[in-house]
Ligand binder design. Structure first.
Ligand SMILES: [Zn+2]
Length: 503
């Protein structure tokens, strides 16, 4: 059920294409934009009215990569790279009740909406394996907040310690035994759970869609990957994977597969328009060509890539090749605030410290396109990400009195480079107000906060032994993985990384 027809009047509306800003009124019906008309040209008899005077109306931002489970461990990781973060995954995600899973997703959705985002790709992990109940709890959190999501259960059938060649052997005997004692769930069980999730999906796919998330190629057997491929096809869903995120992954791929991760995924028939790479920091020219040829997307997570020291993905080359690029925040254990505005700004700025001439830097409109329409395509939602007749009325209202618009010279540049989320006044999804003058309409924040503190205290106690093991392992994991990551790269020159070729 959508709200009554509505006239949004008096606003400055960001139009797609070249991103012009025009004074327009917006007619909304059945959750969609029915028309865009000259200000004051339509009488709103019998319609709801929404006053957007002094507001910039932009399409709700779309977050290309995120993890619902990460909110309950925000602030727990400072100086860790990806491998050390993965070393901490067991204690940080284990022992969660269904209520915890819902709560963690709710906190993330609330922060995203508060910062102007209306849809997210969520690789949601639960231990020891995905469950229909867990994914349903996360979907319910998004539904309750009122935002859209594509939810991909994140999974693997090799433990972290099995997935990195040589890592287990580098651990002291006692620690190795403990590290290897916890096995990853066999892929048959995870695939069966995913089948159940897809068969029993009860949410409207126009709002909340299922997908699949085999986490990292070499953390999954080929049988698991092709099983996901077939399941995705059977149920017409997409999938997202972390691919070529860290230098270590680029180093180990030729040792395991004799080729890059992307080349291996391509040989398994994984790549296609429904496939979304998360990160893609360490891609070579051939990888980018394959992704472009197959119509795949890349979700660029510049904040996470900086925090974990993963590197800087070369989205300039991706855009030039025609790869669909989305912008992501990643989960809040990897880049702590869920602010797509910040990610968008970083995406543009970081393109300027790579080996590109000034006239090929990623501009404000290009970054904005990635954070809206690029994200929409990556998530598999056709009718969001732009303010256009027939599209869903997923709208973010920006207060033009916020200081970063004073004086207003070039609104698009000031939005991309200056907006930090503090200018977000209201947010609608499908014409329904979910953030009203900075207040989350559907979330009881004090209650959520109290529950979060209670959950953290309980989970910290329940996972203390597992955390102690992870901390004991950390020096060995850190030393071994850093050494492995520093090995020569035997393939081609990696896009965007000076000195990436040691061939
Ligand atoms: Zn991730």
């Amino acid at each position: 059920m959508y709200p009554d027809p509505m006239l949004i009047h008096g606003g400055q509306v960001l139009r797609p294409g070249r991103f012009t800003v025009e004074s327009l009124d917006i007619l909304v019906e059945d959750g969609r934009i029915r028309d865009l008309v000259a200000p004051g040209s339509v009488r709103a008899d019998g319609m709801q009215r929404f006053d957007a005077t002094d507001r910039l109306v932009i399409p709700g931002l779309v977050n290309g990569h995120h993890h619902a489970q990460a909110q309950l461990v925000k602030g727990r990781f400072d100086a860790v790279n990806l491998e050390l973060l993965l070393n901490g995954q067991r204690w940080s995600n284990a022992q969660r009740t269904l209520e915890d899973k819902y709560l963690s997703a709710l906190i993330g959705a609330s922060e995203l909406v508060r910062k102007g985002c209306t849809a997210t790709y969520d690789m949601f992990a639960e231990l020891p394996m995905p469950s229909a109940e867990g994914v349903e709890a996360v979907a319910r959190a998004y539904s309750d907040v009122g935002m859209r999501a594509t939810i991909a259960p994140m999974m693997s059938d090799r433990s972290f310690y099995e997935a990195i060649p040589g890592l287990a052997d580098a651990l002291p005997d006692a620690l190795r035994r403990q590290a290897l004692a916890v096995k990853a769930t066999p892929h048959e069980a995870s695939l069966a759970a995913c089948r159940k999730i897809l068969e029993s999906w009860r949410f409207d796919r126009a709002s909340i869609r299922p997908a699949l998330g085999p986490t990292i190629p070499h953390h999954c057997s080929d049988a698991f990957l092709t099983g996901c491929r077939d399941l995705a096809k059977e149920f017409d869903v997409g999938f997202q994977m972390h691919v070529a995120e860290s230098r270590l992954q680029a180093v180990v791929a030729p040792r395991i597969y004799g080729k890059t991760l992307v080349a291996h995924l391509d040989s398994l028939g994984m790549l296609g328009p429904r496939f979304c790479v998360a990160h893609g920091v360490w891609l070579d020219d051939d990888d980018q060509a394959r992704l472009a040829d197959r119509g795949a997307s890349v979700a660029h997570n510049p904040g996470s890539n900086l925090k974990l020291g993963s590197g800087v993905a070369d989205i300039r080359r991706m855009l030039d090749r025609g790869i669909n690029v989305a912008i992501g925040t990643d989960g809040s254990s990897a880049s702590d605030n869920l602010n797509v505005f910040e990610s968008m700004r970083l995406a543009s700025y970081l393109s300027r410290v790579q080996d590109h001439p000034v006239d090929r830097w990623v501009t404000a409109p290009e970054a904005l396109h990635a954070a809206t329409q690029g994200g929409a395509r990556a998530l598999g939602f056709e009718k969001i990400g732009r303010i256009e007749k027939g599209c869903m009325a997923d709208l973010t209202f920006i207060d033009l009195a916020a200081l970063h618009y004073v004086p207003a010279n070039d609104i698009v540049a000031q939005l991309v480079f200056g907006e930090d989320g503090t200018g977000v006044d209201s947010v609608m999804v499908g014409g329904r107000l979910i953030l009203d003058q900075r207040r989350l309409v559907n979330v009881d924040l004090p209650k959520m906060r109290a529950k979060a503190q209670e959950a953290v205290a309980r989970l910290s106690a329940a996972n203390s032994e597992s955390r102690a093991l992870s901390e004991a392992l950390a020096p060995f994991v850190g030393r071994f993985c850093s050494g492995l990551a520093a090995s020569p790269l035997s393939i081609h020159r990696f896009c965007g990384h000076q000195g990436g070729s040691h061939a």
